[in-house]
Design a protein around this ligand. Structure first.
Ligand SMILES: [Zn+2]
Length: 397
């Protein structure tokens, strides 16, 4: 029976402030189940000497961007079909690295949405996906190369409805300028509150969520007024904005990774100069806002913005580690890529914990990540839906 097995001698991290032990974990048809209820004779594996975690979640990726220094210019120059093939490779690399669920928050055309379907149908190996389709941006706005340019409330509504018709799991709006698009600034307002509210309402009307690329203060404020569910980046968070987020239970996806990558001298070769200059200007504020939001209790969710210049696809562990370096407890950082992420993207009943009925997505590591977050690098295996993507218990580090 596919995706049916018993894992014995389990030490796991399952969202709490210490590791837990299970004599056995049962998995049936890809989901966790009571091991006592498994049929006789199912395959058994021994997990002693390993630590098991729920499969990790990356709530902010762009599979249409290839993560090389020239990822934006490549996307603009290449045919869509090339972008699609590269997106397939990005999806596989992500899954193999132990990130078993992703939220793609901006792809050109329907590539992200149809990649999700290809994975569901077993045509392509990749993580579970939620996909927004093209971002909704103003004419000339940030992310227009992975977006639909609109002006006015009616066009915003139409763009959202078109994405939903194509099968979007969420709507992504762009409230401010950003780093990777030339001639726009992170502090500047882009879509109006009214335009965003029209798109967000369309998402909420059909039970989907909305994410906002929001970096400057006014844009974050406009996004919160428009009712978005997650603030992406949130570079300029004031105490007032943090209060608003707490009241509305809006999560922050800080995406420290692209900033750290661009500031890292080794990774900078070939990255457009305008992006480096902007990143230098905002980096201190970016980390301060993240730390203040986390300290205040805003739900923090991990997202790497993988695909952006110099920011390759792979594990979300890199973001978890940057959070810890910025002063966040490993427990909060681990939750940001498991329980808190599942909650924020609307998949808490599917993934993010080891619990009966949820998908048996797991990563196998050596060591205790609560004590040393670098244990996440000691990957010995990845499982999605009760089937090993790969497993090498003897892997030496
Ligand atoms: Zn992004």
């Amino acid at each position: 029976m596919k995706g049916t097995l018993k894992i014995n001698n389990v030490t796991a991290w399952n969202g709490a402030d210490s590791l837990v032990s299970y004599a056995s974990l049962g998995i049936r048809d890809g989901r966790f189940t009571d091991p006592e209820a498994l049929p006789q004779g199912v395959p058994e594996i021994d997990a002693s000497s390993l630590t098991i975690l729920p499969g990790l979640i990356n709530a902010h990726v762009h599979f249409c961007l290839d993560g090389t220094a020239g990822s934006v210019s490549n996307l603009i120059a290449e045919p869509h079909i090339t972008t699609a093939y590269k997106a397939c490779a990005a999806a596989r690399a992500t899954l193999e690295a132990g990130t078993t669920t992703v939220r793609d928050v901006g792809c050109n055309g329907g590539i992200g949405i149809f990649l999700k379907r290809a994975i569901q149908h077993g045509l392509v190996e990749g993580p579970r996906m939620m996909a927004s389709g093209p971002c909704i941006v103003m004419t000339g706005g940030h992310n227009r190369f992975i977006g639909t340019e609109i002006d006015g409330v009616d066009e915003a509504r139409k763009a959202a409805r078109r994405n939903l018709k194509m099968g979007a799991d969420l709507i992504k709006v762009v409230a401010t300028g950003g780093v990777i698009t030339p001639m726009v600034e992170p502090e500047h307002v882009q879509l109006s509150m009214e335009e965003m509210r029209a798109a967000v309402d369309e998402a909420h009307n059909c039970g989907r969520r909305a994410a906002s690329h929001a970096q400057g203060k006014q844009g974050i404020h406009n996004s919160l007024k428009a009712g978005v569910d997650t603030i992406e980046h949130g570079i300029y968070l004031s105490p007032d904005l943090i209060d608003e987020m707490l009241k509305a239970k809006t999560a922050l996806v800080p995406t420290l990774t692209p900033m750290r990558r661009i500031l890292d001298a080794d990774a900078r070769a070939g990255i457009p100069e305008y992006a480096i200059q902007k990143m230098r200007r905002v980096s201190r504020q970016w980390v301060d806002s993240f730390a203040a939001a986390a300290a205040a209790g805003v739900p923090i969710v991990a997202g790497t913005d993988a695909g952006t210049p110099g920011n390759p696809h792979g594990s979300v562990a890199v973001e978890i580690k940057f959070m810890v370096e910025a002063g966040i407890a490993p427990l909060i950082a681990l939750r940001s890529a498991t329980t808190a992420a599942a909650e924020a993207i609307g998949m808490a009943e599917e993934v993010g914990r080891i619990a009966n009925g949820l998908w048996a997505d797991l990563v196998f590591i050596k060591g205790n990540p609560l004590l040393d977050i670098n244990a996440l690098d000691h990957l010995c295996g990845v499982m999605k839906g009760g089937e090993f993507v790969w497993f090498d218990k003897a892997r030496q580090f």
